[in-house]
Design a protein around this ligand. Structure first.
Ligand code: KG4
Ligand code: ZN
Length: 364
């Protein structure tokens, strides 16, 4: 009989400080509390996440988030069975803040400590929300990540490919900036795109001509910059309709790339003869309706279920860390006071390194 386990999770690898309490047992999984304190306003004047500011804010907010999560769940530290914490990959100062806080709590309360890979947290979310059976295909698509993973087990992942430069969310944010739209760019660009003509501008579909599932989004941003400059040179400004056309053209290019690469990833994944074929997404870009619709259509081509968890669990949160901690703990994983923070920590150690480091830290 599966033992009931209640874990506190901590997340501080980027620009969200989060604490959550998750209970998992024979009757299913419950999120008893999930607190997320964002830092958008702190970084807004700088046009990107400033690692030092992020680390300080995490150090200041973590214990408050823990207190709030405990209060909301009606539990005390002594009611818990363990503490899970993001130990990487991410911005190192933030990850260290979380690991130090978790060590202090674990030592003080005499609880087991489990270090969790942030990407594993995202990748295991379909099991937290829908109890999806292994193996399933996962597309992480956010401001910091973009990769296809086959999840074979809580600690076994095969990476089929990923971005070799920008993440799609980063490209949405940069596009918004270039077109004078507010941050975060994704929702702003999506709203503009609704009234635009996706065919008015022919933006490139990078790496579609190459086999495999790797992606690239930085060339798209350069093409958009050139197109914008040409329009401004000709008209002395950017007409509203042209801006909408550019957003629609950009979004269509990202959707085309993600759809075609998902098709290739699904073809590889189906070779594993999954019992419940599933393509799941995580990350802020999964909020984009146009992209979701395309991914759903591609999934149907393969007879696979398309799964998009609620947005609050697609973006950075600590419930996914608590849950991933429970999954690791059930398999015997335990860390001690030597647990260290890792800026880079690929889920699939055998896959070649994805190059580059985005504004939100290492890519993998
Ligand atoms: O997962 P997330 O909250 O944070 C990390 O990247 O860690 O993702 C945020 C990213 C931002 O780049 C944002 O512009 C993008 O997700 N995003 C979207 C949409 N909503 C958020 N991108 C496209 N369309 C959207 N509707
Ligand atoms: Zn994340």
């Amino acid at each position: 009989m599966t033992q009931v386990l209640t874990f506190l999770g901590l997340e501080s690898s980027c620009d969200d400080t989060a604490a959550a309490i998750v209970r998992d047992g024979p009757d299913g999984t419950q999120i008893l509390a999930s607190v997320v304190a964002g830092q958008t306003a702190l970084h807004a004047p700088f046009g990107g996440v400033v690692p030092e500011i992020a680390a300080r804010a995490h150090a200041e907010k973590l214990d408050l988030c823990v207190e709030e999560a405990l209060e909301k769940s009606g539990l005390r530290l002594t009611d818990l069975d363990g503490i899970a914490v993001t130990a990487g990959p991410g911005l190192i100062g933030g990850v260290m803040s979380g690991v130090m806080c978790a060590k202090g709590l674990a030592l003080g309360a005499g609880l087991p400590l489990v270090g969790v890979n942030h990407l594993a947290g995202h990748a295991l979310t379909p099991r937290l929300t829908d109890d999806v059976a292994f193996p399933y295909l996962m597309l992480l698509v956010s401001g910091g990540h973009c990769q296809f993973l086959i999840a074979h087990g809580p600690e076994e992942f095969t990476r089929l490919g990923g971005t070799i430069d920008d993440a799609p969310g980063e490209a949405f944010d940069k596009t918004a900036k270039l077109l004078g739209l507010p941050q975060p760019g994704g929702p702003a660009v999506e709203a503009e795109a609704r009234t635009g003509d996706p065919k008015a501008f022919a933006f490139p579909r990078p790496l579609l001509d190459r086999p495999g599932c790797d992606m690239s989004f930085s060339g798209l941003k350069t093409a958009l910059l050139r197109a914008r400059d040409a329009v401004v040179a000709e008209h002395g400004g950017l007409p509203r309709k042209t801006r909408a056309d550019m957003c629609a053209g950009f979004q269509a290019a990202v959707a085309d790339v993600l759809a075609e690469k998902s098709r290739r990833a699904l073809a590889q994944y189906m070779d594993h003869a999954p019992a419940q074929p599933t393509l799941a997404v995580a990350g802020g870009v999964a909020a984009n309706q146009a992209i979701r619709t395309r991914l759903e259509t591609v999934s149907q081509e393969f007879g696979a279920t398309f799964l998009a968890p609620p947005l609050a669990l697609c973006t950075d949160n600590a419930a996914m860390i608590a849950f991933a901690g429970i999954e690791r703990f059930r398999r015997g994983a335990r860390d001690d006071m030597s647990l260290s923070a890792r800026p880079r920590w690929p889920l699939d150690q055998s896959a070649p390194a994805l190059l580059g480091s985005g504004k939100k830290g290492a890519k993998a």
